[in-house]
Design a protein around this ligand. Structure first.
Ligand SMILES: Nc1ncnc2c1ncn2[C@@H]1O[C@H](COP(=O)(O)OP(=O)(O)OP(=O)(O)O)[C@@H](O)[C@H]1O
Ligand SMILES: O=C(CO)[C@H](O)[C@H](O)COP(=O)(O)O
Length: 370
């Protein structure tokens, strides 16, 4: 059964399942049959219009594009994590060639990464005039986000808007073709239930306030010339909306990566040594949580000793079952730092379900991005 969707030149109107196409078929990929048709139509909003041009597209029964959602606040490591994630899928994800130099999109031969900032409905000036932050749902177009992610999942290209972080303006759209893997990253991938239901897998980067602050200082002072006071003020100004609209999404995530200060260095204030907890929901289709030694056991392990000579403060692992927002989860925790690749390879040999393509793939830079 083909799933057909009626699109106006502007937006999605309704989706009909029809058994066989009734119009002349245009030459398109086998998974997608596109029909052009004109004629009287009644929009779902009740108004009718004359001979307006609309497109009926029918994608083969099962959607071909896998959609992954990655949620986090600004400055919480999405870009860093994305570079690692897209490299796992193969190829280097780069901005679209010949397009808008300020595009937020990344494309590799298997993966397209869409930044959800592109669905801001207000530009920087508009938000200031309305007195809302970018985290506020009133500053974002979730109807368009849903329509376009659904179209891409159904194998249909879209004209996606661009939010320009250099100018703070909404730039003209760029064409996005349906990829094998679509990653939608940003503030709100799991906020709208319609978009949430399109996700085949969802990740939330839960960065503690101490670490978020240390990272923002490291980047926004060193790389963007912001003052310490302005960084503090921007984090404080966003906190009510972060607590209201961004943080609650973590309850829906299939995997949550908590990044916390280390417990191995008393009163650490540098934020360079981290404690990372990977919280993995049980029972998610096609997702087998990673485990240490024995699946479902409860373990605390310090690998440093005779086999591994770790430098201070060393490293500590913990693994075991837990509950997270009422869901049964497995939690793998890693606190401390590696100095040498062979230390990590020794640890990797005791992890299972890590789906590595070769021995030693989980190496230090990936641990940081972990
Ligand atoms: N796993 C990590 N370990 C150490 N530092 C990290 C890690 N991930 C990110 N950082 C640092 O945090 C800062 C923000 O990272 P990044 O730019 O990836 O965040 P972002 O969420 O993409 O930011 P924005 O939303 O503002 O674009 C950078 O200085 C980066 O080096
Ligand atoms: O929270 C954010 C997501 O990255 C940004 O602050 C938001 O997109 C607004 O961007 P800018 O500050 O460049 O106007």
């Amino acid at each position: 059964m083909a799933i057909c969707t009626v699109y106006t030149t502007q937006s999605l109107y309704s989706t009909h399942s029809i058994s066989t196409p009734t119009k002349t078929q245009l030459g398109y990929s086998p998974k997608q049959v596109v029909f052009y048709s004109t004629g009287k139509k009644t929009s779902k909003r009740g108004s009718s219009s004359n001979t307006s041009r609309y497109v009926i597209t029918c994608a083969a029964g099962d959607s071909q594009t896998v959609v992954i959602g990655l949620a986090a606040d600004s400055g919480c490591g999405k870009s860093t994590f994305m570079r690692r994630l897209t490299s796992v899928f193969g190829g280097a994800a780069e901005p679209p060639k010949g397009g808008n130099p300020d595009s937020n999109t990344l494309i590799s031969d298997t993966t397209t990464v869409i930044c959800l900032d592109d669905y801001h409905s207000l530009d920087r000036k508009g938000r200031k005039e309305k007195g809302v932050t970018a985290l506020d749902p009133r500053a974002n177009d979730f109807d368009l986000m849903y329509e376009q992610v659904k179209a891409l999942k159904d194998g249909i290209a879209v004209d996606k808007p661009i939010y320009n972080h250099v100018s703070g303006l909404l730039d003209p759209p760029e064409v996005i073709k349906p990829p094998k893997i679509l990653v939608i990253e940003g503030l709100h991938p799991m906020y709208d239930p319609r978009v949430r239901d399109l996700l085949d897998f969802s990740i939330y980067l839960d960065i503690s306030n101490e670490v978020k602050f240390a990272w923002k200082i490291q980047r926004d002072m060193a790389e963007r010339g912001h003052s310490l006071e302005s960084i503090k003020a921007s984090i404080e100004a966003r906190k009510p909306d972060f607590d209201a609209y961004i943080d609650p999404q973590k309850q829906y995530a299939d995997a949550v990566i908590e990044v916390l200060p280390t417990q191995l260095i008393p009163d650490d204030n540098e934020g360079k040594v981290l404690r990372v907890k990977l919280i993995m929901k049980e029972g998610v289709k096609y997702f087998n949580p990673v485990y240490l030694f024995d699946e479902g056991s409860t373990i605390s392990w310090i690998p440093c000793g005779r086999k591994l000579t770790c430098s201070y403060p060393g490293i500590k692992f913990a693994y075991g079952p837990d509950s997270y927002f009422g869901h049964e989860v497995s939690v793998l925790e890693m606190d401390g730092q590696f100095d040498r690749l062979d230390e990590l390879i020794y640890v990797e040999s005791h992890l299972s379900n890590i789906s590595t393509k070769f021995y030693g793939e989980v190496h230090p830079t990936n641990v940081e991005a972990f």
